[in-house]
Design a protein around this ligand. Sequence first.
Ligand code: MBD
Ligand code: FE
Length: 259
Amino acid sequence: MNPNTAKNTRVEEVFDLFIQHMKGFLDEAQLNHEEYTNFVNWADRLGKKGEIPLFADVFLETHVLNAMYKDLPGTQPSLLGPYFVEGTPKLENENGEPFELPRRPNEPGETLYFKGKVKNVDGKVLPNTKVEMWHDDASGKYSNFDSDAPDYNLRGHFYTDENGEFEVKTITPIPYSIPVDGPTGEFLAYTEQHSMRPAHLHIMFIADGHETLITQVFFDGDEYLETDVAEGVRDDLLTKLERKGDYNEASLDFVMRKE
Ligand code: MBD
Ligand code: FE
């Protein structure tokens, strides 16, 4: 078939819907020409500042997740977000010691030991599952993006043991403010929303024969759980952060869906 005449019906369907709703939105909003120009200029700045992924992941991605996963069994996915990077270091551990996410000498923050157990929806434990983790530092920055830290700081991957379990040592993430100095921040100011996400660990699980699980872990009592600007919190992603002397401990079980 000639690829130029073959229709990609899914793209056509989605694009038609998009245009239809945009036109409906404009008919309802009754923008005047100045408002329209302001909107186009704002969208142009958003793109030029590289904030389209940020804006999309903060305001839109949660709706994609809801459409895909609401009411399915297994751990609820959460936002991938704009700060995932490929190529993180593979972490090794010795005789059952925790893995350690790379951190700077004297990395600020409270030590965190995070334990997890990975099963599937049939209750089978999943050994040798790839676990990819990343999170912000004690100044609320992600390495490889808005931070002075070396690339891959507080990022890494490792594999679950024969019981589907893992333990990782890192620092405790803190609530995160999305950048407010650009067009996304302008939008927040106009709509009178704060810019905060509750503290979270990003975590991705990859196991043969299973749907990749991209999710996040949140902590009970965080002041931004209810008002997360990106609406990423799901009930089964909450755990307790327990203070033990000079470190924190937390744990959560994860349930993967079969392919
Ligand atoms: C983040 O850290 C994040 O996880 C998401 C989803 C959006 C913006 C910043
Ligand atoms: Fe994040």
